[in-house]
Design a protein around this ligand. Structure first.
Ligand SMILES: Cc1ncc(COP(=O)(O)O)c(C=O)c1O
Length: 389
């Protein structure tokens, strides 16, 4: 079927955090919300149909997880990424952030240290600090708008840490890591005896003919050193349902992880996430392909618009994720001024770049997974605001 991504869905009455938390986040609800990472698109029709059928049942008691649930996830990974997952080493998790938190708590010592590559998803900082571990930064290097790893620094920092949190693909830079870069990072982690955790939540949102490589699929030796988080929540826009999966390198680590959650009796899918995820992985491909094309066209629109009308704003067009990293340094504003400018002058609710890299100045993150008309309005508002400076 042909999906419609142009129609604007009114999300302001459905408890969406993106819309209904605007006042709390930005101090006003008069902003176009292009922040938190979900899409303003309805999900795949088979998922909607399956959820309607589930809702009609009228009984949503404790939910057991059939084998077919993990089979759907494994078959998706194999089909789309060539990754053969050993199902006996898989666990369910509420969300990837919960898994990051558990990784830090369970697999680093008190006062331990964790390596991250800023600018990176802000929860990488927050979950490490939540457990009073030390954040060690291997800052990405920017040259002419291109970002790359500082390898000597990466290796040096590995000597100081217990765990490395890799964002693959990378949010907010949209980098699809090359296999050789992944191998180099993994080999160095092995050499320095640092556990590698790979957050692959964005690994289905890939553009420009790039290809995502699951780091654990590189070799059996690397697989024995890596914990991977995967999820359908970003892929199919189901974040409110809270269900993801983790793949462990060995039975012992899986047992430690499962025991931790069992202590809080957090181990079952809810009645709806079970249905949605299984259906999405089995029947959602057609929708995903069309969504990716639409989002890619949105990227082109942003790129062309900024180049033509707002040259002071330089968008980093991502190869993965639907998140565009905006270089606003030419506006000459401090982070605080930029924050206020986007809200009050441009009427946009974006994420501040400095939450992803705490020493950065002059960046914002824009979520481009919305109907084109909303994006057009946002770009017009941004242009007018920049011209008023
Ligand atoms: C890299 C990354 N990891 C994890 C998450 C959130 O995962 P979850 O909703 O499963 O906790 C996000 C959401 O934006 C993300 O960008």
């Amino acid at each position: 079927m042909k999906y419609d991504f142009d129609t604007v869905q009114d999300r302001s009455h459905n408890y969406s955090a993106k819309y209904d938390e605007r006042k709390m986040k930005f101090g006003t609800d008069k902003v176009i919300p292009l922040w938190i990472a979900d899409m303003d698109f309805k999900t795949a029709q088979p998922v909607i149909d399956a959820m309607k059928a589930r809702a009609k049942e009228g009984i949503w008691g404790y939910t057991s997880r059939p084998d077919s649930y993990f089979e759907a996830i494994c078959s998706w990974q194999k089909r789309r990424k060539g990754w053969e997952i050993d199902r006996s080493l898989m666990s369910w998790s509420l969300g990837v952030v919960q898994t990051i938190s558990a990784m830090v708590y369970l697999f680093t010592p008190e006062n331990g240290s964790v390596l991250i590559q800023p600018p990176v998803y802000s929860e990488f900082y927050d979950m490490v600090e939540a457990w009073h571990r030390n954040v060690v930064e291997n800052k990405m290097i920017e040259r002419d708008g291109r970002w790359s790893i500082d390898w000597p620094d990466f290796e040096k920092k590995l000597e100081q840490v217990d765990l490395f949190l890799l964002c693959s693909p990378h949010n907010p830079l949209g980098i699809v890591w090359k296999p050789e870069d992944l191998k180099r990072m993994a080999d160095l982690c092995i050499r320095h005896n640092v556990l590698l955790f790979s957050d692959e939540i964005h690994s289905d949102l890939i553009f420009h003919q790039k290809k995502h490589t699951p780091v654990a699929a590189l070799s059996p030796e690397i697989a024995s050193h890596v914990v991977t988080a995967i999820s359908g929540t970003k892929t199919f826009n189901l974040a409110g349902l809270q269900a993801s999966a983790v793949v462990f390198p060995n039975a012992h680590m899986k047992e430690v992880y499962d025991h931790y959650w069992a202590c809080m009796d957090i181990r079952r899918n809810n009645a709806f996430s079970l249905t949605a995820m299984e259906t999405a992985f089995n029947e959602g491909e057609e929708w995903l392909e069309q969504a990716l094309t639409y989002i890619s066209d949105n990227f082109d629109y942003i790129h062309d618009y900024c180049a033509k009308h707002i040259p002071k704003i330089k968008p980093n067009i991502p190869d993965a994720t639907y998140l565009v990293w905006l270089d606003c340094r030419d506006l000459g504003l401090s982070n605080e001024e930029l924050h206020d400018f986007m809200i009050r002058k441009a009427g946009l609710g974006l994420n501040d770049g400095c939450t992803y890299g705490r020493s950065l100045n002059g960046y914002m993150r824009l979520n481009a997974a919305c109907p084109r008309s909303i994006l057009k309005q946002a770009m017009h508002q941004l242009e007018a605001a920049v011209n008023s400076l």
